[in-house]
Design a protein around this ligand. Structure first.
Ligand code: C5P
Length: 233
């Protein structure tokens, strides 16, 4: 079983403001976890908070899921790299050219974050994707987008833990797989659909686990994190 002391857990900091974010972060150490700043926190607190987290030694995943014309996405990725983040992501459904532009933009930066593609959101079911015109099994579409992301030079993709084994087999073990949709046994699944426990996800081959509410909504988030780490050892 993979050890978690190399910070394979990425905590999703889905907080409304800097005060509540820092109340948790001040109790954490970079050796325990990495941190993810998503849309809500970034729109509220911006690059200054991201830089503050980095200055405390944390690897920060800037989860803004860019999806736009190639030039715009490339410029946004460059801005993220200049901020010093460890990982940044774009929607793989933005297409080959968009992903290639993002790759080239990051390759020109002094600091080069991992560039990750978003495949199919783990909140979406077979019916949800059919409604937007994708009459295909989510796992098949994930594989298609992951192959396209790999061909376009990305470092890996975000996917459900249930897709990890196939992607590692089909694309290769060095293709980085980041998995949300992780729920410790006995916790609420919320709006996630395709879930696994942390130790199951790691044993399938996930490189990083994105975990939000099972930690942040717990009355004692640090204890929740440490018990997840213990479960994975
Ligand atoms: O609270 P929870 O553990 O469900 O948080 C999951 C985090 O992962 C959220 O911040 C969400 O934006 C993110 N995410 C996701 N599904 C993806 C990509 C990212 O749930 N496919």
């Amino acid at each position: 079983m993979t050890l978690v002391n190399e910070s394979k857990i990425i905590i999703a900091l889905d907080y409304k403001d800097e005060v509540s974010t820092m109340a948790l972060v001040e109790q954490l150490e970079p050796s325990l976890c990495k941190l993810k700043v998503g849309k809500e926190l970034f729109v509220r607190c911006g690059p200054s908070l991201v830089k503050k987290l980095i200055s405390k030694g944390f690897d920060v995943f800037l989860d803004l899921k860019f999806h736009d014309i190639p030039n715009t996405v490339a410029a946004a990725c460059q801005a993220a790299a200049d901020m010093g983040v460890w990982m940044v992501n774009v929607h793989a459904s933005g297409g080959r050219k968009m992903m290639q532009f993002a790759r080239e933009a990051i390759d020109q930066c002094e600091h080069q974050p991992l560039l990750i593609g978003v495949t199919i959101l783990t909140s979406l079911s077979r019916n949800d994707i059919a409604e937007v015109g994708l009459d295909i099994e989510p796992a098949q579409q994930v594989l298609r987008l992951a192959n396209l992301a790999n061909d376009s030079g990305l470092d890996g993709v975000v996917c459900s833990p249930q897709e990890v084994k196939t992607l590692k087999q089909q694309i290769g073990k060095d293709f980085c797989l980041v998995t949300p949709g992780v729920r410790p046994a006995g916790t609420a699944i919320g709006d996630q659909q395709r879930v696994m426990t942390p130790s199951e996800a790691l044993s399938q081959g996930s490189d990083y686990l994105v975990i939000g509410r099972p930690i942040t909504a717990d009355a004692n988030p640090v204890r929740a994190l440490k018990s997840i780490i213990a479960e994975c050892l």
